[in-house]
Design a protein around this ligand. Structure first.
Ligand SMILES: [Zn+2]
Length: 191
């Protein structure tokens, strides 16, 4: 296990490591299962660093996602507007799960936030609540987090959107087909 931030402050990780050691070595929990549950309480740690977990089969980095702490979907984002310099001017807007933009309330500057392809999120994180996501460093991709929660990434979402669009198109065609058939009936009846 390790911490990914270059200017990492070890003192912040103290309470977390203490709890982790107790859970793993004394209570006998598996590290993968317990780490997500412990991190829920570690917002301060998450603001400084991601937590990497590695073994021979996989490498993951747990990262904090928080709009309030300037990390929408784990992407560090300054609350100061880069256009007008207004402090605390930036508000994160969510158009849909992975379609985010930073909007300045002062000068109306708007910038799309690019979400990494191989990061996985919980439903809560996608809804804008504070939470933790996983970046897969190597190994299998996820469909569930180690604590059993559904893991969603941007490629899954894009596939879903494409499927939804296709369904909508097919439904539209069907409606058109029915309307066309009705037209036919009317014309045949009048004729
Ligand atoms: Zn601005």
């Amino acid at each position: 296990m390790g911490f990914t931030q270059l200017d990492f402050y070890p003192s912040i990780a103290g309470p977390f490591l203490q709890k982790l050691a107790h859970k793993v070595f004394i209570e006998g929990y598996s590290m993968n299962r317990i780490i997500g549950r412990l991190l829920v309480e570690e917002i301060t740690l998450g603001r400084n660093t991601a937590v990497a977990v590695m073994d021979e089969s996989h490498g993951w980095a747990w990262f904090l996602t928080s709009d309030a702490h300037g990390r929408p979907l784990g992407i560090p984002y300054s609350i100061q507007c880069t256009s007008c310099g207004c402090l605390k001017g930036i508000k994160i807007q969510r158009h849909s799960d992975f379609d985010l933009s930073a909007y300045c309330r002062s000068c109306r500057y708007m910038k799309k936030i690019q979400v990494p392809q191989n990061n996985f999120y919980t439903r809560e994180a996608l809804d804008g609540r504070d939470g933790w996501g996983i970046q897969v460093l190597w190994g299998d991709l996820l469909d569930r987090f180690p604590n059993g929660k559904e893991a969603i990434c941007v490629t899954d979402w894009e596939d879903e959107m494409k499927a939804a669009k296709l369904v909508a198109k097919l439904a539209q065609k069907e409606v058109k087909g029915i309307e066309g058939a009705e037209d036919m009936d009317i014309s045949s009846a009048s004729g």
